[in-house]
Design a protein around this ligand. Structure first.
Ligand code: ACO
Length: 366
């Protein structure tokens, strides 16, 4: 489906030649500089920025929705911890079981569910991480905004202002990206008029793959394997010679810098300095130089988000769940759009199999 336009959408636009990303008319660079993640959620869901009353109201709704149903906490305490994305997908389906509005596909009910899901995805990831470490789940802090509260519930520490701001911008940068694979999977599910939890569970399962959101974890594992900037060129060259892909590089749509990667690159440098761990930025930079000199490939959003998340104290196997903690805002915006003007998404395939074969009883088959 490369380059195929499958629907009209007013939510976001990717200009792959100019390296621009637009949410509902606003350039991502402008939003990253000035907006909060809560404002971006409102923008994606409603098509405009909120006034101050609407923003306060959304903040209150998100805070109120943060606690998880006790049944979901028990589930998180009992599941094996091997695959956090599979746990997240399971938890999303479970949240639907505890939501009396789960099967109401009206816009107002789906808006309320979008708020709840956005609040609760963060709580799920944080609670799961605490429970698998044998630590108590941390109650959300209503004074903190969404990004800072997530870091607090995950680590038990209230983040310093720079870390809180970087997390907030990272959530904004990952919030939406047009008809990417996970968004499309969610929209296909919604187009059957299945419920929003089912659609989000489909999107989470799609984001998990290493060609999509799963790449950020692979990037960090690569940086760790490289260990020091001087080894970057050698490791990159060996991987390319073996025709392996370098995670965090290349994109189906961007044929230049991904604007999100440029912003995250700055944060990677800033946090590396602030946290006294300069090597993660230095290794990332050396990998970028090695890949760029070997191939016409640019870093995508996953490349510099890896070192940023690591420097924020997020465990590597939670990088892709953290992507979902942000992308839930964009997924739900797309689902609202899909339900508002739905037609079943049912493409065709070009058949390449045989025709006119005759059934042969099993005992007569050669
Ligand atoms: N490393 C090495 N070579 C690459 C990479 C890479 N990361 N990406 C593309 N290429 C090469 C391909 O081998 C191919 O070369 P060839 O023509 O000599 O065979 C050429 O570039 C074109 O690649 P395609 O596979 O046709 O590009 P496609 O649009 O299908 O792939 C994708 C896009 C999947 C993102 C790819 O670039 C990739 O695998 N990247 C690594 C995984 C990754 O970072 N995914 C995250 C994407 S962003 C996101 O989803 C949030």
């Amino acid at each position: 489906m490369e380059g195929v336009v499958v629907a009209r959408s007013s939510i976001s636009y990717v200009d792959g030649r100019q390296g621009r990303l637009i949410y509902q008319g606003y350039d991502i660079r402008d939003l990253a500089e000035h907006a909060t993640f809560e404002e971006v959620c409102f923008l994606l869901w409603h098509g405009r920025l909120p006034d101050s009353g609407e923003l306060s109201s959304l903040r209150e709704q998100l805070v109120a929705a943060r606690p998880l149903p006790s049944g979901v906490v028990s589930l998180l305490a009992s599941v094996p911890g091997r695959s956090p994305m599979a746990v997240l997908q399971t938890a999303v389906a479970a949240l639907g079981l505890y939501d009396a509005e789960a099967d109401d596909n009206g816009r107002e009910a789906n808006l309320r569910k979008s708020v709840r899901l956005t609040a609760q995805m963060a709580s799920v990831v944080a609670a799961f991480h605490r429970l698998r470490r044998g630590l108590p789940v941390i109650e959300p802090d209503p004074e903190l905004d969404h990004a800072a509260n997530f870091l607090y519930m995950l680590t038990g520490q209230r983040p310093d202002p720079t870390s809180a701001r970087v997390m907030d911008v990272a959530l904004t940068l990952h919030a939406d990206h047009e008809f990417n694979a996970s968004c499309f999977a969610g929209r296909v599910t919604a187009s059957t008029l299945s419920d929003i939890y089912s659609a989000v569970a489909a999107a989470v399962g799609t984001l998990k793959g290493p060609l999509h959101g799963g790449a950020n974890e692979q990037v960090m594992r690569l940086l760790m394997e490289i260990g020091e900037p001087e080894r970057a060129a050698e490791v990159v060259q060996a991987r390319l010679a073996a025709r392996e892909r370098i995670p965090g590089f290349g994109h189906r749509v961007y044929k230049t810098w991904d604007p999100r990667a440029l912003i995250l690159k700055r944060f990677s440098e800033e946090l590396s300095r602030l946290k006294g761990e300069p090597r993660w930025y230095a290794i990332s930079l050396a990998v970028e130089e090695a890949v760029r000199s070997a191939k016409d490939l640019y870093p995508n959003v996953d490349f510099y988000s890896a070192s940023v998340y690591h420097l924020l104290g997020i465990p590597v196997d939670l990088f892709t769940p953290v992507f979902a903690v942000s992308r839930i805002s964009g997924w739900t915006a797309h689902l609202l759009e899909q339900y508002a003007d739905n037609r079943l998404i049912r493409p065709r395939a070009e058949y390449t199999g045989p025709m006119e074969l005759r059934y042969v009883p099993v005992e007569d088959r050669p």
